[in-house]
Design a protein. Structure first.
Length: 271
């Protein structure tokens, strides 16, 4: 569909622009055969609140980042290979319209467009790019995905024990397996989930038990007795930083930018 753009000057210029906007904070994006299919400012549902993020759809990757200066400077670049992406269409929720979920093995999150038409455009293009990439490479789309994090404000009590009330002193934590908001005592353990991280991650009591159970079964069936045991480790009690690197700062420009304040679609696709 877009392969004819691969060696055009327009495509090269567009990719260079994206690289320049991320500057030294981003990876080189110009790769033989890569096409920038579309781009746009979407709202990403983050832990604390929905935030604007600039998204770039290429024929093999999805890139997004925070906006420091619209059309000029972006930071916190994230690159997701398209074969790791599954899209789930979602119905409108109070306040969150035109939304869908981007599911990946490392994390899953919800994004919203301004209009239903803009959403349709994104879904159509993402799905088509994924399909074409799978066709071209013969690889299979990943089916294992991380649970999306339930936003902090969705609950004021621990979603596991349903006893602990959160406040300024009692912090909210997220289980990396189920995405629930849980208290410290319901998420004391960590578990190694290699698809998500090379380090053990915070999990809730229920998920921990399930993971250990599952691991035991797997080990039991494994003939190789030397395989690694003890992926499960106790939490050191230290804060394992629920602070998510990309979910912060730099949104001052929104209040000044007339473009952002207007309620019109902010995406464009190249054909
Ligand atoms: Zn709890
Ligand atoms: Zn859990």
């Amino acid at each position: 569909m877009v392969d004819h753009l691969a060696n055009t000057d327009a495509n090269t210029q567009r990719i260079t622009m994206v690289e320049n906007c991320f500057g030294t904070t981003g990876q080189p994006l110009a790769v033989q055969g890569r096409v920038l299919v579309g781009e746009g400012l979407l709202t990403k549902v983050c832990r604390k609140k929905p935030k604007p993020r600039m998204f770039f759809l290429f024929n093999d990757i999805l890139v997004y980042g925070s906006v420091i200066i619209p059309k000029k400077k972006f930071v916190s670049q994230h690159i997701i290979p398209l074969e790791d992406i599954n899209i789930e269409d979602l119905v409108d929720d109070d306040g969150l319209k035109n939304r869908w979920m981007v599911k990946t093995s490392q994390k899953s999150f919800i994004v919203c467009a301004v209009t239903p038409f803009e959403k349709e455009d994104w879904l159509k293009h993402i799905n088509r790019c994924v399909e074409q990439l799978m066709e071209k490479t013969g690889r299979k789309q990943s089916t294992e995905h991380a649970a999306p994090w339930i936003p902090d404000k969705m609950t004021e009590i621990c979603m596991r024990c349903t006893q602990t009330k959160f406040n300024a002193m009692v912090r909210k934590h997220h289980c990396r397996k189920c995405g629930f908001v849980v208290c410290q005592s319901c998420s004391k353990q960590k578990f190694l989930m290699p698809k998500q991280s090379s380090k053990p991650l915070r999990v809730c009591t229920l998920c921990y038990d399930k993971l250990v159970e599952h691991q035991k079964k797997e080990l039991a069936t494994e003939v190789d007795a030397l395989s690694t045991v003890g992926n499960a480790t106790m939490s050191s009690g230290e804060d394992d930083s629920d602070k998510s690197s990309d979910e912060d700062k730099h949104e001052q420009w929104m209040n000044q930018d007339p473009f952002f304040l207007e309620d019109h679609p902010r995406s464009s696709f190249h054909t």
